[in-house]
Design a protein around this ligand. Structure first.
Ligand SMILES: Cc1ncc(COP(=O)(O)O)c(C=O)c1O
Length: 442
């Protein structure tokens, strides 16, 4: 493929979660992708060490998905799903349901992770109202949690910069669990840290403070991704489950990152053996080829809401013009078929030990103060530079890109979540490139 010249005017696109002025003074542009690699506009192959944004789990430009989307665009470009339907929407929901924990087989489609989160929070409120406990409106998130950027998501989320500008307009009746990050006890843990299950007991304190009768739901990422990869301590998620069950509180797992193979299982719920009542997903649901998200609800939650409505009445006043958009649905069906035919979740599980060994070999690299990993996700935390938090990780990210590799960074943490088709040599390449990058910065 020939490289096109970089366009002259970058001013119109107001870029999301980007230092716009800094980026536009030295842009990094990608123009195509195939398999494990992007191609940059300056004609270089760039190894994708983060599956785009934790989302291209089957690798880029997969023929089966491309063909499905092309065919669908030519067959049925759009169909409403309000009081109407199209067959692929139902097929996609059935295929998603097959991968969900048992009983979470009622699927509401959205277009993003943020919409999935706000949908799940609204379903939680609707559920309690339908069963006559409409006073249960309080939502519990967790410090350092990332649940997208809707008002619901930033309210239950726990990332300060995402909240502070909007602090006067956050949802009322929110509380937060403490996060589980603790370097004193857990630095350089491989897989789930042994220390920290007791942090889930904080939920009992919060329940005592507000009273269970006011609390609708608890939402957590089973593995916190965007904040810099925080792995749940052993036993922690089960404790949350038990406390929620005891008090009639719904448990929501936000699996926007962990869904569809990231941990070597279809969901984190399956991996950890802990079942939520609602499960949010997006990203890898269709290999990120067309925007799509979804919420899987338990039959209990679904049936309670649907059966509470009068016959002929809409039961849940919620939905998006593009819920189950035909192109997204076609991509979803093709993607889930591909995951199965290539055994990609099993592949992730089998290559994860190699990934773990390779990332932990960075332990003696410059500035590294913690390494954490689970399945095919890992975080490397750096000592921040004095007076310039985040600068070191940003520079490492730029150096890696210059050396032909895309990684993520947040604060002073580097994050890795490659497509699940990665091979062993590429895993070695990732961490050698990082080692070199760290050696070359101040
Ligand atoms: C756990 C989690 N929830 C929600 C979101 C938001 O998804 P989106 O950016 O598609 O709105 C993300 C995005 O990274 C995420 O990691």
């Amino acid at each position: 493929m020939t490289s096109r010249p970089v366009i002259d005017d970058l001013s119109n696109f107001w870029m999301p979660f980007t230092a716009n002025r800094q980026f536009k003074s030295a842009p990094r542009l990608l123009e195509s992708a195939k398999g494990m690699y992007y191609r940059s506009t300056d004609g270089r192959d760039v190894l994708d060490a983060c599956a785009g944004l934790w989302c291209v789990n089957a690798g880029h430009g997969r023929d089966e998905i491309v063909a499905a989307v092309q065919k669908q665009a030519a067959t049925l470009d759009f169909a409403p799903t309000f009081q109407m339907g199209h067959p692929l929407a139902f097929e996609a929901a059935s295929k998603v349901a097959e991968l969900m924990p048992e009983g979470l087989d009622r699927v509401f489609f959205t277009n993003s992770g943020s919409e999935s989160v706000d949908t799940a929070l609204k379903i939680a409120l609707a559920y309690h109202r339908a069963r006559g406990e409409g006073q249960r409106t309080r939502l519990i998130g967790r410090e350092r949690g990332y649940h997208g950027v809707g008002f619901g998501g930033i309210s239950v989320g726990g990332i300060a910069p995402n909240r502070k500008t909007f602090s006067g307009a956050l949802l009322p009746s929110i509380d937060h669990l403490p996060h589980t990050h603790n370097l004193e006890h857990n630095a350089f843990s491989k897989g789930q840290p042994a220390w920290g299950a007791h942090l889930a007991d904080e939920l009992e304190r919060i329940v005592t403070l507000h009273d269970a009768s006011t609390i609708a739901a608890v939402i957590v990422e089973p593995v916190a991704g965007s904040t810099g990869v925080l792995i749940p301590p052993q036993g922690y998620l089960q404790k949350l489950r038990d406390i929620c069950t005891k008090h009639g509180i719904l448990l929501i797992f936000d699996e926007v990152i962990t869904g569809f193979g990231r941990l070597g299982a279809a969901t984190a719920s399956e991996y950890f053996g802990v079942k939520p009542d609602l499960l949010t997903m997006a990203k890898a649901i269709n290999n990120a080829s067309v925007p799509m998200g979804a919420v899987a609800a338990s039959r209990t939650v679904h049936d309670t809401i649907v059966n509470a409505g009068a016959q002929g009445a809409i039961e849940l006043f919620h939905g998006y013009t593009y819920s189950a958009h035909p192109l997204a649905a076609a991509a979803c069906v093709a993607t889930l078929d591909l995951y199965r035919s290539e055994g990609l979740f099993e592949r992730a599980a089998s290559i994860a030990p190699k990934f773990e060994a390779a990332v932990h070999a960075l332990r003696d690299a410059k500035y590294v103060k913690d390494i954490r990993n689970l399945g095919m996700v890992a975080g490397v935390e750096l000592e921040p530079r004095d007076g310039a938090p985040g600068a070191r990780a940003y520079e490492a990210f730029v150096k890696c890109f210059e050396a032909g590799m895309l990684i993520r960074f947040t604060g002073d943490i580097l994050a890795f979540s490659p497509p699940l088709i990665i091979d062993e040599a590429q895993i070695d390449q990732i961490f050698q490139t990082v080692r070199n990058a760290l050696a070359s910065i101040q």
